[in-house]
Design a binder for this molecule. Structure first.
Ligand code: DHB
Ligand code: FE
Length: 320
């Protein structure tokens, strides 16, 4: 059986792609951003997913103002890299998983999520930048990628509630696929930013950090957030964070936050990156068993200290 083992959120800022392509990742400005993903690259190299479902938004590359699908699933075997005005980015072609994608399409459409299916689609920085941040710059991407493009560019985008429910339906679809596959879901974009207008340059770190906390521990607090609230608190483009709720909906209610990174700025945005793992069956019992073996050490440590030590072990956070 295929299963979703983890979810990742990642920035998709185009300038990150330009920094990679123009060999500027070691400049202090960019180093700060890329360093935050070093541990993530180690994590994903260990996890070795067979398939990534990449929830992202197209920036008028595959679509345009003429055709605006709300949810578009990539069912092709290959997704060429789009030319965004200065030639396609020099990154590998994205290889899909047509069989799993077709299975997801059938399952979620019969569950009444009427996706657009794309048997031919070019992908832009919205998908390739997150792949770079997580996998670096390999000759070939190390796994299959199923793109899921979400309209967050033209009003009206889907609600967070709908996105979360779609995540749930995708999870059901993946879990009914007979082949043993490890799947990781990427939610991309964000965090707070506004590119134009009077509030251009807006960053709201307090909102972003609370969003990350809730994404991890209390996603139900986020699913009913209105578009207006996203835009008021996180800027006009902050609304693209609804995509993260597809990822979160595809995970268990209870997850382990294994990594978090937050930095400002990257181009116009706050970068928010989090890795959430579905709890392995029996992991809780095993951990409790491990602790029970050391009663003496436990007795010496006051409760608050114990709690902090447990939190440090569980959540590996990097801030800059
Ligand atoms: C930038 C950020 C985005 O999320 C985007 O889609 C385009 C540009 C920026 O920070 O420049
Ligand atoms: Fe964006």
């Amino acid at each position: 059986m295929a299963r979703i083992i983890a979810g990742v959120t990642s920035s998709h800022v185009p300038a990150i792609g330009a920094a990679i392509d123009n060999h500027r990742t070691h400049e202090p400005y960019w180093q700060r951003v890329f360093e935050g993903f070093e541990r993530s690259k180690e994590w994903i190299a260990k996890v070795k997913p067979d398939v990534v479902i990449g929830v992202y938004n197209d920036h008028a590359s595959a679509f345009s103002v003429e055709i605006i699908p709300t949810f578009a699933l990539g069912t092709a075997a290959e997704f060429p890299i789009a030319d965004e005005g200065w030639g396609p980015r020099p990154v590998p072609v994205v290889k899909g998983h047509p069989e799993l994608a077709a299975h997801i399409a059938q399952s979620v459409i019969l569950d009444e999520f009427d996706l657009t299916l794309c048997n031919k689609m070019e992908v832009d920085h919205g998908l390739t930048v997150p792949l770079n941040l997580m996998f670096g710059t390999p000759k070939e991407w190390p796994c299959k990628v199923i793109p899921l493009a979400v309209n967050v560019v033209m009003y009206p985008p889907p609600t967070g509630h709908r996105c979360f429910a779609l995540g749930r339906a995708i999870r059901k679809a993946v879990e009914s696929y007979p082949e043993d596959l490890k799947v990781v879901v990427f939610g991309t974009g964000g965090m707070s930013h506004q590119i134009s207008g009077q509030r251009a340059g807006l960053i709201n770190s307090r909102f972003d950090k609370a969003f990350l906390d809730n994404l991890s521990n209390n996603p139900q607090k986020l699913v009913r957030m209105s578009h207006l609230e996203y835009m008021r608190e996180a800027g006009a483009e902050g609304v693209e964070m609804v995509m993260w709720l597809i990822m979160r909906g595809a995970l268990d209610d209870q997850v382990d936050e294994v990594y978090r990174f937050y930095t400002v700025p990257a181009s116009n945005t706050a970068v928010g990156h989090i890795i959430l793992e579905n709890r392995k069956k029996g992991a809780k019992r095993a951990a409790a068993h491990g602790r029970a073996k050391k009663p003496a050490a436990r007795a010496r440590r006051p409760a608050a200290k114990l709690k902090r030590a447990a939190a440090r072990q569980k959540i590996d956070r990097v801030r800059s």
